[in-house]
Design a protein around this ligand. Structure first.
Ligand code: SF4
Ligand code: SF4
Length: 315
């Protein structure tokens, strides 16, 4: 008898969703036989907050960070882009790996903090609130599972400083989940939407220039205090970028529009509606005209004219 097909049979993720109370047995420490083995072959997705922390640590702009240290990928077919850490040139190891351990330890990405736990965010359609579940990753090379230290996932998250990372990336995760669940209903996002999503989520310094621009100020109403707060702090700006994307991608009123700009938009919308109705009326009229002609021809043939080249089988 042939074996049933098991999806992801090679995956190291144990296919069981567990809660924060689940107890794991794990410890990773210097001197362990597999030291750095996990960092020698990476596949690490970054959150916007990971990028903010890493670019600050490396004292470079988000644009430089993205160019030098990441590769984009599609989180879903024709959907929004994600960003992964780029391994060393021609290899698979993390570019921040040092013989003594992680070279950016205090600012290491969320995925590195979570390992060997995987975060699974689940969200019901048309809701922003997501529920967190977890899965355990067991890879043969990782000896951390053999060390006799037991703790709950909740305690592990605290120990690894993951709570802050999750909290600050929540707005982004919710956007991604909402986009995924509404994707088929509203179709593939336009190239412009995807570019906007990429800039606002990952390239925070370019997004800052955009928020500082005249065009932005013309459209959105922000108080001076709000503008100073948002422009003066990467984390505030990142949170603002999530609000901005909720507005432009899902039409939520999360940032007030300037009265004049709002009026202009409404006028533009009304003009467009008139144009759409006019186009529809023209199409209807053309269709009626075509149908009238077809009706005439049918009547015509009913008078006994044979179509050209035709013949009656009774002849
Ligand atoms: S960022 Fe640090 S912990 Fe994460 S893969 Fe690279 S070296 Fe390892
Ligand atoms: S115990 Fe696991 S996580 Fe720690 S260094 Fe070894 S392979 Fe990496």
């Amino acid at each position: 008898m042939s074996k049933p097909e098991i999806p992801f049979a090679e995956s190291p993720v144990i296919p069981n969703m567990v809660s924060e109370d689940h107890v794991i047995q794990f410890s990773c420490h210097k001197g362990i036989g597999c030291w750095n083995a996990c960092c020698a072959n990476i596949d690490i997705s970054l959150t916007p907050y990971d990028i903010v922390r890493l670019k600050k640590r490396l004292e470079i702009s988000s644009t430089e960070f993205l160019r030098e240290n990441t590769v984009p990928y599609e989180m879903e077919k024709d959907g929004m882009a994600g960003v992964k850490l780029r391994p060393v040139e021609g290899g698979t190891a993390c570019r921040f790996m040092k013989p003594e351990g992680c070279g950016v330890y205090e600012d290491r990405p969320t995925a590195c903090r979570y390992y060997p736990v995987a975060l699974l965010s689940i969200r019901r359609q048309d809701e922003y609130t997501d529920t967190q579940s977890y899965a355990i990753v067991k890879e043969e090379h990782c000896k951390g599972h053999e060390v006799a230290r037991s703790l709950t996932i909740a305690d592990y998250r605290k120990e690894q400083g993951v709570e802050e990372y999750d909290e600050l990336a929540r707005g982004w995760r919710q956007l991604v989940l909402k986009k995924k669940s509404t994707g088929p209903a509203i179709g593939a996002p336009s190239l412009k939407s995807r570019q906007l999503f990429f800039m606002a989520c990952y390239d925070i310094d370019t997004f800052r220039n955009f928020v500082e621009s005249e065009a932005f100020a013309k459209l959105f109403a922000m108080t001076d205090d709000e503008r100073t707060l948002v422009l003066g702090d990467d984390v505030e700006l990142m949170q603002f970028s999530f609000r901005f994307l909720r507005q432009v991608l899902f039409g939520e009123q999360s940032i007030a529009l300037n009265e004049e700009a709002a009026k202009e938009r409404l006028d533009h919308w009304r003009t467009r509606q008139v144009e759409i109705e006019k186009e529809a009326a023209e199409k209807r009229a053309k269709l009626d005209e075509e149908m009238a002609w077809e009706g005439f021809n049918e009547e015509d043939s009913g008078l006994g004219f044979e179509p050209e080249g035709g013949s009656c089988s009774n002849n």
